[in-house]
Design a protein around this ligand. Sequence first.
Ligand code: GTP
Ligand code: MG
Length: 213
Amino acid sequence: MQSSYITSAQMAHQLPDLGGIPEIAFVGRSNCGKSSLLNALLGRNNLARASSTPGRTQMVNFFAVEKGKQKLMLADLPGYGFSAIGKETKHLWQDLVNGYLKRAEIRETLFLLDIRRAKNLGEDDMELLHHLASRPAALTVVLTKADKLSQSESRQVLNAMQKELAILGVQVARVYAVSTLTKKGVSELQQEVMGELFDSVPAAVTSNPKARH
Ligand SMILES: Nc1nc2c(ncn2[C@@H]2O[C@H](COP(=O)(O)OP(=O)(O)OP(=O)(O)O)[C@@H](O)[C@H]2O)c(=O)[nH]1
Ligand SMILES: [Mg+2]
């Protein structure tokens, strides 16, 4: 599997045409571990830049991953809920993320949530979850930083989350608990989400996007 950085968009109008290659979107609160998980799924250390400073990713960053002749794009989104940002930045974030989430190329959305927050979803989390569930792309909830809880606590939170989502009527394909530190859940996500998407990519959209222009 080969991966590389492709491009970034800071504003909605800069979102690129990448030739229709299927995309996996990484969405979630600031600091929840989106960039770290993207790296772990690609087996890279710091391709997407992760940081303990919330608000590290401020653009939509696109990374290509190739398996044989098939290609997917992973889109690392800036996080929300970062309290230190001003109104104007918040507005730009909304514009960029809403613009991004309209892309027809998105085939899978990973909604990441720090496992310690899973019992305490905020209004912003809920609003986004409902919005994502209403989109055509499959929605997977990923509880991150599972190493912060014991195995049994983590299993409990995962089960509770599945029940809660059902009660809320949020249509979610799957729920995972992962840790990029211990690698728990990472190979399952690789196989079940990335692998399935790779297998579903028709040869026609795996050609070089530039060839279409
Ligand atoms: N304990 C633990 N820490 C993690 C894990 N994944 C990420 N982190 C840490 O969480 C912090 C934030 O990680 P990022 O991957 O940068 O988070 P992000 O969601 O991309 O953040 P923004 O770009 O600000 O939205 C970093 O200090 C990471 O080292 C994990 O599985 N376990
Ligand atoms: Mg990030």
